[in-house]
Design a protein around this ligand. Structure first.
Ligand SMILES: [Zn+2]
Length: 188
């Protein structure tokens, strides 16, 4: 009897052990399944994240492309505007140049006309007139002379007076002075 009980007990223990083992195994399997599921979930999440990230990347790329395209458009617009302004400026300068050239030509011809008139009349600008009586005689140069404000001498040769020239020119600057022939009137 005692043996039977012992045996039964042993069997019970064995059974219990078996049950425990089974439970453990079940638990292990469950855990494994759970782990796998978790892994799967994790992977899915990771994949989703990756896909989301990729989508974001594509979005950002598209945005960047759009921005670049816009920038290119703006640049092209700016370049076109700049070109337009350059062309406008060049045109203005050209038309201004034409105007300036016309103006300069007119001025030059005026100056030339004035010059030729001056040349016919006299070489130097006159500062006034002087009586030949107030001039000094230079026997070496055979000329009358009068001090110029510049420190030089207004000189007029006797031959020039004989030719009817009445302008004495300074020998160091370009000024001239009209010589009045009072001598002639005195002679009369
Ligand atoms: Zn002078």
């Amino acid at each position: 009897m005692k043996n039977q009980i012992q045996n039964e007990n042993q069997i019970q223990i064995q059974n219990e052990n078996q049950n425990q083992n089974q439970n453990q195994n079940q638990n292990q399997i469950q855990n494994q399944i759970q782990n796998e599921n978790e892994n799967l979930n994790q992977n899915q999440n990771q994949n989703q994240n990756q896909i989301q990230n990729e989508n974001k990347f594509i979005e950002i790329q598209n945005e960047n492309q759009n921005e670049n395209q816009n920038e290119n458009l703006n640049q092209n617009q700016n370049e076109n505007e700049n070109k337009f302004i350059e062309i406008q400026k060049a045109w203005e300068i050209l038309s201004n140049q034409k105007l300036r050239e016309d103006y300069e030509l007119k001025n030059k011809s005026n100056i030339l006309e004035n010059d030729s008139e001056n040349e016919l009349e006299q070489d130097a600008p006159l500062i006034g007139s002087i009586s030949i009586d107030d001039m000094d005689w230079d026997g070496i140069k055979n000329c009358f002379w009068y001090p110029c404000p510049c420190g030089g001498r207004f000189e007029i040769l006797e031959q020039e007076l004989d030719l009817g020239i009445d302008i004495a020119i300074c020998d160091s600057c370009s000024l001239g002075i009209r010589v009045l022939f009072e001598v002639i009137t005195e002679d009369k």
